[in-house]
Each structure stands twice: as structure tokens, then as C-alpha cells.
Design a protein around this ligand. Structure first.
Ligand code: 3HC
Ligand code: NAI
Length: 705
């Protein structure tokens, strides 16, 4: 796409003595090169034109300015730089006013802070969310925000990435005045006139004193300690602290210099690459062929079949999206349990003060339960969440086919089962789709939308619309055992089992995985989810398992003892008296040893790096297979699946992005090395070999040719 011209994205017009500078760079007025050049030209015009007595900055469309143009990161910088433009703007000797409506984020708020006065309209959202992209405010924000709102409040804004409302921003000192609802230009002009009438001049933020200078040093030390503890492997938070400390200790100009150095360190870090990838990937997954080809079917009334763990969570998600839900359960007792599961969520919110009891009652007015399928004849969409048993599911779908009106979307929340086989028991396979929610379904953002062989495009589009309404992150997947996420999980979990049997303890493996950035290791996750679930799956699959493939029995030995994890007080770890954090269990280590001896394995030692090389190589290799089979559309769909469903550290961008950052030749070399020990398990995926041979990376598959 050719870059726009500066005067098309930044328009200037004189309204009496006020030069209105309108940033018009859809969709969110990001500060790309043309906007920076346009702003600089506007500053020069204001400086040179005696008719201009004040400058008013406004954004066109729905935003003031959403920040730097994130697409430019990682490319060679194009002058003028934002810090330079803002320095020139701040130095103007005529008052510069920012009228903020909608988002003023990152560089957008930095523009506003370099202005001399700030007016905010009711829908304004102000924030410095750079930390979410592995960055820090790099256009003077770390030096100006402390002068407007105090060092500690500024640091907290930058570390949290939170957005402030107009009112909160005024209370914090970021905004001088609030306007009523209306047009930012009209409100801004009125404020400009008011300031001119008062004889207000340039009020440069860089020249203001820091309001909490006396108390800040001690508070900042405390914040630095907390940040080191909470930011788990993140690179930019400590540097944000360093920047605000510079604001406190150095003259403004030197503080800006220090900010620039630290900003460049962040910009060049792999974490920035991972987080920026995650930002765009999250927005790309909804861009699928069916969304372009078909319109969603309208829906307002849902049926959820089964009110267990998943059914209840999905019901809450649907109710929260404003939909009406009828839950079908087997008998009165199950109905009562299902309803209790739903109410528990709302009661929890009420107890935390996050919901009013009246709101719970209003929400539940859209909920009913029944044991009769005849009560759901008129619903628009059904989500089945009964036991994970193909015969039970088929029986349910036969009933649905019998009662549901024509055009009703029939979805299954199965984790592994063959959706084509489920669709085949109905007379309308085109209406059947997988909607794989994650537990707890009312909290987890990921929704795998599993498109079966005969699913109609408008059913797929409807599922994506449902995800949007439920505020989920949707990923399109194809039918296979486990779809995208659970299929890949099965393989790297197996790699972890191999490492366990070969010599690492479950505790070492969990520590290595946490060290990589996951909140928990795989054995901790198993204890949390319940070891019985994986055990049941393994038993189900035992008959079809390749007898020549390596099979590690240790998990079965643990499960056979009834050690299912937290809910039974022990699993891989011990949980005395209902403890949530597990303790290492010498008996588990003895079982592991015994199993090794049975197979004649002499344990060897693994460093955390050895463990993670295997864990990640298995993940990436299976990811490549999922891609070549068309189960995932693009590598970014796999990345988003793992970021939102499996706790993959966001700053690494997802497994496929991680592989790109490592370099695919290195990952392939690891797989080939491991294949020397176990050639069956470690067969390189042909797609991975092909990409390496062609000198390409996964990113090249994200971009359409
Ligand atoms: N740069 C480039 N593109 C951006 C962008 C940005 N800063 N912010 C949003 N976009 C794009 C999105 O990718 C999306 O593109 P698409 O339509 O092609 O998918 C489009 O704008 C609309 O974005 P959303 O779908 O997110 O729209 P919403 O209305 O839901 O949200 C928003 C709007 C709140 C502005 C949200 O997009 C957002 O949070 N943006 C990022 C804000 C941010 O992080 N700013 C800091 C940037 S770093 C910086 O400024 C460094 C500085 O200190 C030097
Ligand atoms: P669960 O055992 O908690 O709930 C199942 C519910 O279905 C029970 O309340 C049961 O009474 C009801 N039920 C069984 N047969 C029924 C029928 N014929 N008609 C109406 N209701 C019936 O199970 P859970 O964990 O909620 O799982 C449900 C489905 O969701 C399974 O397919 C599972 O694989 C899938 N899933 C589970 C996840 C999890 O973490 N628990 C995550 C993602 C998907």
C-alpha cells in the first residue's frame, strides 16, 4: 500500500485565531511516518503564522490517537521521530490544546501530554499500554506523565497498561477540563477561546515540577520490588521503573535521553517482537474465508445441553452476552446441580462486589432449565456439553435433529470426538459445528471453532459472531483428534513423559516449563485438572495405540492409586489439608524410579534447557503437521490457541513465533538430534523441512501471497 501524504492525514485549518490540527489516519489515527511529518508541518505553520494564537489538536473518527503505528516496529525508523516532533510542539510559545475523545493511548497520550492543555470528552480512554507490547512510552511519556500526575501514579499507569476514563484522568491530573458529549473540535475551540480570553500562554509539561518528589523515592523502591516479583521474565517493566526514576533524579532533557536509550533496548528485544505478533495475531484469527463469504444467521435464544463444568460456564458466557438460555439436563437433580453451578459464578461476583444482586436476578430471568427437548424446538443455536462419549453425544444429536427448527445451529463442545461422525447422525450435517470452549468457560478467552466436512459457511460465520458477542478469541480449526490445541498438547506432553522416564523428575520438568514463562508446569496442570481425565482418555485410546510407539506408564501408575491431584489431596504433588500449592512427593519419585527400572532405563540428567528444547521441538513439529493438514489455517492461529488456551507466555508470541525467533533450522536440527534416540516419535514434519530448505519461516505463511 502506498503511504499517505502528510497533508491528507494531518489537516490544518484556521478557525479565527485557532489553528485546528486534525489527525485523520483511519482506523485509529496511529502515528505513522506521514502523521508525524504532518504534525511537524502543522507546528511549523503555527510557529510562522502570526494569525495563529493557539493550536487545537483533534482526532478524526472514533479515536484521538491510538499510539505509534505498531506496524512500523522492527522496520528501519523513518524521520521525523515522535520525540522530536513533540519536543518542537512543546516548545511553541502559543498554547497548544488537545481535545481528547475516544482512545488516547501510548504515543497518542504522549502527544496530548506534550500539548499545554488537555480537554477530555466523556468517551475518552487515556493510557500508556506500551508495556503490553514489550515497550515503554518512548516519546517523552515517562518524563511528562510524572510531572502531571506524580511519579508513583505515572509508574502504576505504565506498569499496568490500564486505560483511564476522562473523569479518572482528570482526578489523576492528566486532564485539565472535562467537556460534555459532543464534537471534539467544537468543544476544543470553546476551550481554546476560554484560554485565550484568560491570557493563558504556553504551559510546558517538561517545565512543571514533580508533585510527589518528596515521597516518591521510597515509594518507588517499594514498587520496584513488587514489579520484580510480579513481572515474571518481562523485560520492559524494570526499565519503566528506571525511566521514572530518571524523571525524578535528572533534568528533563537528560531524562528524555535516558528514556530513549531504554526504549531502544525494549524495541530491539525479542519480547517486543513476540508481543507485537500476539497483538496482531489476536485480531487476525477472525479473518477467515467464511466470514467474507457468508452472513451469520441471526440468533437470540440458545439451548445448552448438559449443566456440568462446561455447560454451566458456557451458560454464563451466553447470559453475559445478553442471550436467552434453556439448559437441558437429564433429571431434576441434575437441573438443580446445573443451576447451582451457574448461580455460583454470579454469587462469587456479588461476594467480590463486582455484581449487584438485582443484576443477577435480571440475568437469570433469561435462564430456564428443562428435561424435555421439546422445550428447545424454537431456539436458534444449541451447544451440547454432555459426557465425552460418542454414543451419548450421538443420542443427543438425534434428539436435536428431531426437535430443533430448521436452520438452528447445532454445536458440540467435544474435546476430541469426531464431529463428522456426530453430524452424520442428523439429517442436517451442514448445521453441525464444533464449539470447543476451555475451562472455566466463562473466563477462558479461547474458543476453537471446529469446522466439519459438511459445515455450511454461514454456520461458521454464526459461530464467529457468537464468539464476538461472548468476547471470546475465536480460532478456526478442522476436525482431527484434539483439533489444534489438544492435539498438539498430546504430543508435547508425551515428550515430557519421555524426559520423565529418561531421568528428569516431574518437579524439574515443571520448574523448567515455569522458567520458560508458563504459569504452571504440565504435572501441576494435570493435578489441577484431575489426573482421572487424562487417564480416561488414555484408556479410551489404548486399543488404537501403535504397539511399536514408546508408551510411558508412569501416569497410569499414579492414577491407579486414585491420586488424581488437588481434588484427592495428592497426584504428582502432595496437597495436605486441601492446600492449593503442591509439595514434592518422595513416593511419586519412587514410583518413577520403579518404572524406569522395569524398562531398564538408567536415568540421566537434564538441564532446564535440555527439557525445553524437547518440549518446544515437539510442540512446533506437531504444529507444522497441523498446518500441513489444514487443521489450522495459519501459524498465527496456533499461536493464538496456545496464548489464550494453554498459558503460553504471551511475550514469546506463541509456539510458531517462538520457532521463528529461534530460527527454524535450529528447531529442525534439534528434532533430527532427538530422532537418533527415538526415530518414530521424532519424525520431522515435512512442512518444517520444506520451510527450512526454502529459507522461509512460519511468518511467511501468515501473510497471504
Ligand atoms: N498501530 C497500528 N494499527 C493499530 C493500532 C496501532 N497503534 N491500534 C489499532 N490498530 C489497528 C488494529 O490492528 C485493527 O486493524 P485491523 O482492522 O486491520 O484488524 C484496527 O486498528 C482496529 O483495532 P481494534 O480491532 O483493536 O479496534 P478496537 O476498537 O477494539 O480497539 C484500540 C481500539 C483501543 C485503539 C485498540 O486497537 C488498541 O488498544 N490499540 C493499541 C494501542 C496501543 O497499544 N498503543 C501504544 C502503541 S506503542 C506506542 O505508542 C509507542 C510510543 O510510546 C512511542
Ligand atoms: P461434566 O461431567 O461436568 O458434565 C456433563 C453434564 O452432562 C452432566 O451434568 C450430565 O448430567 C449431563 N448429561 C449427560 N448426558 C446428558 C444427556 N443425555 N442430556 C442432558 N445432559 C446430559 O462434563 P464437562 O467437564 O462439563 O464436559 C462436558 C463436555 O465438554 C465433554 O464433551 C468434554 O470433553 C468437553 N470439555 C470439557 C472440558 C473440561 O475441562 N472439563 C474442556 C473443554 C471441553
Amino acid at each position: 500500500m502506498p503511504s499517505p501524504s502528510p497533508d491528507s492525514v494531518v489537516q490544518t485549518s484556521l478557525h479565527g485565531p485557532v489553528l485546528v490540527v486534525r489527525i485523520d489516519n483511519p482506523p485509529v489515527n496511529a502515528l505513522g511516518q506521514a502523521v508525524r511529518a504532518g504534525l511537524l508541518a502543522a507546528v511549523e505553520r503555527a510557529q510562522g503564522d502570526d494569525a495563529v494564537r493557539a493550536v487545537l489538536l483533534v482526532g478524526a473518527g472514533k479515536a484521538f490517537i491510538a499510539g505509534a503505528d505498531i506496524r512500523e516496529f522492527g522496520k528501519p525508523p523513518q524521520p521525523p521521530s515522535l520525540p522530536e516532533v513533540l519536543h518542537r510542539m512543546e516548545q511553541l510559545d502559543k498554547p497548544v490544546i488537545a481535545a481528547i475523545h475516544g482512545p488516547a493511548l501510548g504515543g497518542g497520550l504522549e502527544v496530548a501530554m506534550a500539548a499545554h492543555y488537555r480537554l477530555a470528552l466523556p468517551g475518552a480512554k487515556l493510557g500508556l499500554p506500551e508495556v503490553n507490547l514489550g515497550l515503554l512510552p518512548g516519546a517523552g511519556g515517562t518524563q511528562r506523565a510524572p510531572r502531571l500526575m506524580g511519579v508513583v501514579a505515572a509508574a502504576e499507569l505504565m506498569l499496568s497498561g490500564k486505560h483511564l476514563s476522562a473523569k479518572a484522568a482528570q482526578a489523576a491530573g492528566l486532564v485539565d477540563k472535562l467537556a460534555e458529549e459532543g464534537d471534539p473540535t467544537a468543544a476544543g475551540l470553546a476551550y481554546a477561546e476560554e484560554l485565550l480570553a484568560q491570557g493563558a500562554g504556553a504551559r510546558r509539561t517538561g517545565e512543571l515540577p514533580i508533585p510527589d518528589a518528596a515521597t516518591a523515592p521510597a515509594a518507588l523502591d517499594q514498587l520496584a520490588l513488587e514489579t520484580a516479583r510480579k513481572s515474571r521474565g518481562l523485560f520492559s517493566p524494570a526499565r519503566i521503573i528506571e525511566c521514572v526514576r530518571a524523571a525524578l533524579e535528572l533534568p528533563f532533557e537528560q531524562g528524555l535521553k535516558r528514556e530513549r536509550e531504554l526504549f531502544m533496548e525494549c524495541l530491539n528485544s525479542p519480547q517486543r517482537a513476540g508481543l507485537v505478533h500476539a497483538f496482531f495475531a489476536e485480531r487476525e484469527t477472525a479473518k477467515i474465508p467464511e466470514a467474507r463469504a457468508a452472513q451469520p444467521r441471526p440468533f437470540a435464544r440458545l439451548a445448552i445441553i448438559g449443566g456440568g463444568t462446561m455447560g454451566a460456564g458456557i451458560t454464563v458466557s451466553a447470559l453475559d452476552a445478553g442471550l436467552a438460555v434453556t439448559m437441558i439436563e437429564r433429571d431434576a437433580e441434575s437441573i438443580a446441580r446445573g443451576q447451582a453451578n451457574v448461580e455460583k459464578v454470579y454469587d462469587g461476583l456479588i461476594a467480590k462486589g463486582r455484581m449487584k444482586p438485582e443484576a443477577k436476578a435480571a440475568t437469570l430471568a433469561r435462564y430456564r432449565a428443562s428435561t424435555s427437548y421439546d422445550d428447545i424446538a424454537e431456539v436458534d443455536l444449541v451447544i451440547e456439553a454432555v459426557f465425552e462419549d460418542i454414543d451419548v453425544k450421538k443420542a443427543v444429536f438425534r434428539e436435536l435433529d428431531r426437535v430443533c427448527k430448521s436452520g438452528c445451529v447445532l454445536a458440540t463442545n467435544t474435546s476430541y470426538l469426531d464431529i463428522d461422525a456426530i453430524a452424520a447422525v442428523t439429517q442436517r450435517p451442514q448445521d453441525v459445528i464444533g464449539l470447543h470452549f476451555f475451562s472455566p468457560a466463562n473466563i477462558m478467552k479461547l474458543l476453537e471453532i471446529v469446522v466439519a466436512a459438511k459445515t455450511a459457511p454461514d454456520v461458521v460465520a454464526t459461530a464467529f459472531e457468537l464468539a464476538r458477542r461472548m468476547k471470546k478469541v475465536p480460532v478456526r480449526a478442522g476436525v482431527c483428534d484434539g483439533f489444534i490445541g489438544n492435539r498438539i498438547l498430546a504430543v508435547y506432553r508425551e515428550a515430557a513423559n519421555h524426559v520423565l522416564e529418561d531421568g528428569a523428575s516431574p518437579y524439574e520438568i515443571d520448574a523448567a516449563v515455569r522458567g520458560f514463562g508458563y504459569p504452571m508446569g504440565p504435572f501441576q496442570v494435570s493435578d489441577l485438572a484431575g489426573g482421572d481425565i487424562g487417564w480416561a482418555t488414555r484408556k479410551r485410546k489404548a486399543a488404537t495405540r501403535d504397539p511399536k510407539a514408546r508408551y510411558v506408564e508412569i501416569a497410569d501408575r499414579i492414577a491407579e492409586r486414585g491420586w488424581f491431584g488437588q481434588k484427592t489431596g495428592r497426584g504428582w504433588y502432595l496437597y495436605p489439608q486441601g492446600a492449593r500449592t503442591g509439595q514434592e512427593d518422595p513416593e511419586v519419585l519412587a514410583i518413577v524410579d520403579e518404572e524406569r527400572q522395569k524398562k531398564g532405563i538408567t536415568p540421566r540428567s537434564f538441564t532446564h534447557e535440555d527439557i525445553m528444547r524437547r518440549y518446544m521441538a515437539a510442540m512446533v513439529n506437531e504444529g507444522a503437521r497441523v498446518l500441513e493438514e489444514g487443521i489450522a489455517l495459519r501459524p498465527l492461529d496456533i499461536d493464538v490457541t496456545f496464548l489464550f488456551g494453554y498459558g503460553f507466555p504471551r511475550w514469546r508470541g506463541g509456539p510458531m513465533k517462538w520457532a521463528d525467533i529461534q530460527g527454524l533450522p535450529k528447531v529442525l536440527a534439534d528434532i533430527r538430534e532427538f530422532a537418533q534416540e527415538d526415530p518414530q516419535f521424532w519424525q520431522p514434519a515435512p512442512l518444517l523441512e520444506k520451510l527450512v530448505a526454502e529459507g522461509r519461516d512460519f511468518e511467511s505463511l501468515n501473510r497471504p501471497a
